[in-house]
Design a protein around this ligand. Structure first.
Ligand SMILES: Cc1cc2nc3c(=O)[nH]c(=O)nc-3n(C[C@H](O)[C@H](O)[C@H](O)COP(=O)(O)OP(=O)(O)OC[C@H]3O[C@@H](n4cnc5c(N)ncnc54)[C@H](O)[C@@H]3O)c2cc1C
Length: 384
């Protein structure tokens, strides 16, 4: 179903959907099935929760029904993701698959790949990792050195190392960017994408411990790993263009300003009970105003996606401003709340604050650093 043929949801439809999602989350919370955390889309990995979200029809929402999706609009998906994030729900298991792998496979995959992966993504049964960054290719993604060499039967041997690969130790598959043709000087030319099923006997996945002691991301080594001809995603040599399309989805969502919203909500709830000083009220008001402005910007991205556009520049701008806001929010609550952050204590607010502080350094790095995003914005404005 295209943007042109799909019926636009009315404001009443969107409000009804929002009420449904909130009721679902209230039930989950009341049953003690999750504790709200900041950054839940990155670290709240809970396959059972994802299966229950899928059962509501809230994964693969914008995918066509013939592939197990629900043929709904990006704005409806925005409503669901916004509520999940604001409640700090454990959505990490399906986040990457739903956000960028499903659209990527839909746009570039063969019918066999679509049938193999898309219904399982929509059912909340198949989770993906992103295999872009390497030890010497982060911001400079065109510098990837992982190499895929073809064999006569069409299969490939992949050799190289990826790093920062979120959730690879728990994922069922990874979409990988590798060089298939030319050398490092060819830069964006000669890159291709692959869908690689995990685990694989010749792919070593080593979790990297982050500052909070948890293992969210990994180093992934391909020791001459053989994959079938059917692993190539899209067109050989067109990996750069495909990855740019994928990054547009990766950068465009409300998770780029809502990661720490559970902390703001929890603080507002606390102040409602304990009473707020004028200074605290002012801080709360300023943070809320910034969040609201970001929401308008993020919605503009969703509307442009809904209209079939590719809002790369606007998305880069929202991610730059949004991820800066996420960190500012944590710092403002930390300094204004009077609570001492404590990771292991009995106070849920102190725990939430501690986790938010420890996650802050990642906000402006992942998905492209703010310096890189500003470069995209500058080029989009025609600056050199
Ligand atoms: C929590 C987290 C999860 C991640 N998950 C994934 C994942 O699942 N899959 C994946 O592929 N990657 C993932 N990444 C990697 C992420 O995309 C990279 O960290 C990011 O692109 C930066 O690359 P780098 O770390 O190599 O830093 P570098 O590229 O080495 O950059 C170092 C510094 O130099 C600056 N810099 C670099 N080039 C320029 C330039 N041209 N102009 C101005 N400044 C510049 C950068 O802004 C940065 O401050 C994750 C990162 C984090 C923090």
């Amino acid at each position: 179903m295209t943007a042109a043929t799909r019926l636009r949801p009315s404001d009443a439809d969107l409000a009804a959907l929002r009420a449904e999602v909130r009721a679902f989350l209230r039930t989950e919370l009341a049953a003690g099935r999750f504790e709200p955390v900041s950054d839940s889309w990155m670290t709240g990995f809970d396959g059972d929760f994802s299966a229950r979200v899928a059962a509501q029809g809230w994964i693969g929402m914008t995918m066509p029904t013939e592939y197990g999706g629900h043929g709904r609009s990006p704005i409806e998906r925005f409503v669901v993701t916004e509520e999940m994030l604001a409640h700090g729900a454990p959505v990490a298991a399906h986040w990457i698959s739903d956000r960028q792998m499903a659209p990527g496979i839909l746009a570039n995959g063969t019918e066999v790949q679509k049938a193999r992966y898309l219904p399982a993504i929509a059912a909340g049964e198949r989770f993906f990792a992103i295999g872009m960054s390497e030890p010497d290719a982060g911001s400079d993604l065109a510098g990837v050195r992982t190499r895929a060499v073809p064999h006569d039967d069409g299969s490939w041997t992949i050799t190289g190392t990826k790093v920062w690969t979120t959730g690879a130790h728990l994922a069922d598959a990874m979409v990988l960017l590798a060089r298939t043709d030319g050398g490092p000087d060819d830069r964006q030319r000669g890159l291709s994408q692959f869908v690689v099923d995990l685990p694989h006997p010749d792919i070593e996945i080593r979790p990297l411990r982050s500052i909070d002691g948890a293992e969210h991301f990994n180093e992934v080594k391909f020791h001459d790993a053989r994959v079938g001809a059917d692993a190539l995603l899209g067109v050989r040599g067109q990996g750069w263009a495909q990855v740019m399309g994928e990054l547009a989805f990766e950068r465009s969502g409300p998770e780029r300003y809502l990661s720490t919203m559970p902390l703001l909500r929890a603080w507002a709830d606390l102040l409602r009970t304990t009473g707020a000083t004028p200074e605290q009220r002012k801080t709360l008001g300023m943070l809320t105003a910034r969040a609201w402005a970001l929401r308008r910007m993020s919605l503009a991205v969703a509307h442009e996606l809904d209209a079939g556009g590719r809002p790369d520049v606007l998305a880069a701008m929202v991610k730059d401003v949004g991820s800066t806001f996420e960190g500012d929010l944590v710092e403002a609550v930390r300094t204004s709340s009077g609570t001492v952050a404590a990771r292991g204590g009995h106070d849920p607010f102190a725990r939430l604050l501690a986790a938010s502080v420890l996650h802050t350094p990642a906000f402006t790095l992942r998905g492209g650093t703010n310096e890189i995003l500003r470069g995209i914005v500058a080029r989009g404005m025609g600056l050199r």
